[in-house]
Write a protein that binds this ligand. Structure first.
Ligand code: UD1
Ligand code: CA
Length: 459
C-alpha cells in the first residue's frame, strides 16, 4: 500500500530503566530515543505520524529535540499503559481507512528508513508484514512462531513462552505493518489473557493468520536496528550500535578514525575528506570539519566549525567557536561560545578564549585569558596575559589592533584599546588606551635592599 501512516507507541512505563525520566526521553547518541524513531518515520514521508504518549514532558521533550520546521505530529494520549495493543487502539481512530499502518516502538531507536520502506511495501489488502531478526540473545523479546512449512503463525511473548519457544532465535522487533481496516478489527478483539495482563499488539499476527492473510517477515538491513531499550544495559548496547553506524558513515565519507569505537558523535557532523580524528573525541551539536582537519585525542567539539587543514590538538574543548583554516589550537585549550580564530592563528596550552575574534596569524601560546576582545592580525599575546573584562557588574571590551605585541603577564583592564603595532611591556597593568607604535609600560620600580639580612627560623 503506497498510502500509509505511521503510529509510534511511546506511552509505556519503562519501569526497568529505574529512572525519574520517561524511557523514550532517555538519550542515545545525543538525542531522545523517541526522536530517533520520529526522524526515521519522517524520512519515509508517510501521510501522517501519530505518537501515542503519556505525560506532557514526553511531548514537550520530543518537540524540543526535533527540527522546528518539520511536518507536525499527531499526539495521542494513552491515559494508562494497558499494553501495546491498547496503545495502538488510541491512535487508530485518527488513521484513514484504506491506508497501510506501520507501527513503530518508541524504544527501538535504531530503525533505518530503508527497512521501514521495505516493510511498508509488503502490506496489501490481505497482507501484513513484520520486522524480525535472528539473534543469539533473544531473551526478553517476543519470539516468532513458524509452522512446519516455515510460515509465520504468531508471536509469543518471552514471559508467556514455553522452554521450547524460548529456544527460538527469531525475535519480533515490535515493528509491524498492516492495512488499517483489518487492524482496527483485530485490535478491538484483543484480550488481556496473558502473563502480563496486557493487551498485546503481537496477538494480531495470529488473528491475521487465522483469516488467511499472508504474513511476510522482513529482515532489517542490519540486526542492530532492532535493538529495543528496556533497561540501562540495553541503552548502552543501542548507544554502541548507533555510534558504530555514525563512525562508518564518517569513514565512508573519507574520514580517518584511529579507533571507531573511541569516537562519539552526539549530533550532526559534516566532515570533508582527509579529516583525521584521534581517540576519545566527542562531537556534539553541529560540527563541521574542513578538508584535512585533524582532531587530537580527548578533545570535545560542540557546535564547532574547524577549517581546512586546521589542527585541534589533544585535550581541547571547542564550544560554539569557529576555527579558520590552518589554525592550531591546544593542547589543553578552551574556546568558548562566540570565538572566532583566524587563519593560521595559534591558541596554545591553558589558553581560554571567550566571545572574541582573533585575527589571522595571531598567537596566544600559553596561559592566557582573552574575553570579549577583538584581536587584530599578527598580534602576539604573551604568557599569563589576561583581559580583565568583568568589573563585577558588567562585561567590557578589549581591542588589540594589528601587529601589537603584548608582553607576558599583562593585565588589560577593559574597556581598553591597544593601538596598531604597540608594544606593552611585560607585567604591565593597562588601564588606559595604549597608543599605536609606542612602548607602553606600567610597572613599579624594582628595588633591592643591600643590607637586608634574611632571618632563618625563630631561634
Ligand atoms: C514488545 C513486544 C515484543 C517485542 C519487543 C521488541 C508486545 C506485547 N511485545 O515487548 O514482542 O519483541 O517489544 O522491542 O508488543 N507502550 C505503550 N503503551 C503501553 C505499553 C507499551 O505505548 O501500554 C510502548 C512503550 O513505550 C514502548 C513500546 O510500546 O515504546 C513497547 O513496549 P514494552 O513494554 O517495552 O514492550 P516489550 O516488553 O519490550
Ligand atoms: Ca521494549
Amino acid at each position: 500500500m503506497t498510502d500509509f501512516e505511521v503510529v509510534v507507541l511511546a506511552a509505556g512505563d519503562g519501569k526497568r530503566m529505574r529512572s525519574g525520566r520517561p524511557k523514550v526521553l532517555q538519550e542515545a547518541a545525543g538525542r531522545p530515543l523517541l526522536a530517533w524513531v520520529v526522524e526515521a518515520a519522517r524520512a519515509v514521508e508517510p501521510a501522517a505520524i501519530h505518537v501515542v504518549y503519556r505525560g506532557e514532558p514526553v511531548r514537550s521533550g520530543i518537540e524540543a529535540a526535533l527540527e522546528p520546521d518539520a511536518p507536525s505530529l499527531n499526539w495521542v494520549e494513552q491515559a494508562r499503559p494497558l499494553g501495546t495493543g491498547h496503545a495502538l487502539a488510541q491512535a487508530l481512530p485518527f488513521v484513514a481507512d484504506g491506508r497501510g499502518v506501520v507501527v513503530l516502538y518508541g524504544d527501538v531507536p535504531g530503525l533505518e528508513p530503508g527497512s521501514l520502506r521495505r516493510l511498508q511495501a509488503e502490506v496489501g489488502p490481505r497482507e501484513i508484514a513484520l520486522l524480525t531478526v535472528s539473534t543469539d540473545r533473544p531473551d526478553g523479546y517476543g519470539r516468532v512462531r513458524r509452522d512446519s512449512d516455515g510460515r509465520v503463525v504468531g508471536i509469543v511473548e518471552h514471559r508467556d513462552a514455553s522452554p521450547a519457544e524460548r529456544a527460538i532465535r527469531e525475535i519480533n522487533t515490535g515493528i509491524i505493518a498492516a492495512p488499517a481496516g483489518p487492524l482496527r478489527r483485530w485490535v478491538a478483539a484483543l484480550s488481556v489473557d496473558n502473563a502480563q495482563g496486557e493487551y498485546y499488539l503481537t496477538d494480531v499476527v495470529t488473528m491475521a493468520v487465522d483469516e488467511g492473510f499472508r504474513v511476510t517477515p522482513v529482515a532489517p538491513s542490519s540486526p542492530g536496528e532492532a535493538l529495543g531499550v528496556n533497561d540501562r544495559i540495553d541503552l548502552e548496547a543501542v548507544e554502541r550500535a548507533l555510534q558504530r553506524r555514525r563512525a562508518e558513515q564518517l569513514m565512508r565519507g573519507g574520514v580517518t578514525l584511529r579507533d571507531a569505537a573511541r569516537v562519539d558523535v552526539r549530533g550532526e557532523v559534516a566532515a570533508e575528506e582527509d579529516v583525521v580524528i584521534d581517540v576519545g573525541v566527542v562531537l556534539e551539536g553541529r560540527v563541521r570539519l574542513g578538508r584535512g582537519a585533524a582532531i587530537g585525542p580527548y578533545t570535545v567539539l560542540r557546535d564547532a566549525e574547524i577549517g581546512e587543514g586546521a589542527q585541534v590538538l589533544s585535550h581541547c574543548v571547542v564550544d560554539g567557536a569557529r576555527v579558520a583554516s590552518g589554525a592550531r589550537i591546544g593542547p589543553f585549550a578552551r574556546l568558548r561560545p562566540g570565538t572566532e580564530v583566524g587563519e593560521g592563528a595559534r591558541i596554545g596550552n591553558f589558553v581560554e578564549v571567550k566571545a572574541s575574534r582573533i585575527g589571522s596569524g595571531s598567537r596566544a601560546n600559553h596561559l592566557a585569558y582573552v574575553g570579549d576582545a577583538r584581536v587584530g592580525r599578527e598580534v602576539n599575546i604573551g604568557a599569563g596575559t589576561i583581559t580583565c573584562n568583568y568589573d563585577g557588574v558588567e562585561k567590557h571590551r578589549t581591542t588589540i589592533e594589528d601587529g601589537a605585541f603584548i608582553g607576558s603577564g599583562v593585565e588589560l583592564v577593559a574597556p581598553v584599546r591597544v593601538g596598531e603595532a604597540a608594544v606593552i611591556g611585560a607585567g604591565s597593568t593597562v588601564t588606559r588606551d595604549a597608543p599605536p607604535g609606542q612602548l607602553t609600560l606600567s610597572r613599579s620600580r624594582q628595588t633591592s635592599i643591600a643590607r637586608w639580612k634574611r632571618r632563618f627560623g625563630s631561634g
